[in-house]
Design a protein around this ligand. Sequence first.
Ligand SMILES: C[S@@+](CC[C@H](N)C(=O)[O-])C[C@H]1O[C@@H](n2cnc3c(N)ncnc32)[C@H](O)[C@@H]1O
Length: 228
Amino acid sequence: MFRKKLPLPPGKYRMGGKHFKNDKAFIKTAVRDVRRLVKYCDLSEGSTLLDWGCGAGRLAVGVREDFGQIRDYHGVDIQPELIEWANENLAGDGFRFTCLDVSNERYNPDGSPDRTLAAEPGTVDVFYAYSVFSPMNDDDTPAYLTLIGEALSPRGKALVTCFVEEDVAGWEENPEGYGPLEWKGRLHCTRFSRRHFEDHVEAAGLAVDRFEYGRETDGQSLYVLRHR
Ligand SMILES: C[S@@+](CC[C@H](N)C(=O)[O-])C[C@H]1O[C@@H](n2cnc3c(N)ncnc32)[C@H](O)[C@@H]1O
């Protein structure tokens, strides 16, 4: 049976640090997130799901494990080797992956400045971006939030994580002494003030449906967003 032979990306292709290196933990976090998408964003087998910044397809592994099938899982990333692995090992009926050559100073500095989510407007029921705003500059962030608002279907919801704190600078790169790691290199940790991030959310025509402080990878917070 497919679920027993589930291929997992090799360690070097697993984004997100030590938390995802162990196979059991990798699958567990993926299934946990699928279940949260069900609970918070009404994910079902009939949904269209966009996994933005999908890496090598951690969430797809969770969808396969928990649902088996889905109408449309679309994983999008800017690192060709990760999407190549996902296409070879996880793509199939209802599961597809797209590599975009767009710029991010950490992961694809020479990419195009033309931002896209590779989604038709109004077509995404559930949008997922885990640890994607946590390496993102303060120009890309509001621009991508606007694209998320355009991509979501009328009752669509987005689950995203990022570093937010009260009473800090609006946006800061690799804040010293913050969090569990020593931040190294461009956009290793980008932290927003809660007010600043939520201003971007509002400017994108979105509203905060749920906020959970500090319980995600390395202390990120979780947002569920919907149309206003
Ligand atoms: C920390 S990893 C998280 C991977 C995955 N979401 C997970 O939780 O396992 C961040 C990912 O976002 C991707 N990324 C960064 N900027 C992006 C953009 N503009 N469009 C698509 N993917 C992006 C990176 O290539 C990287 O794979």
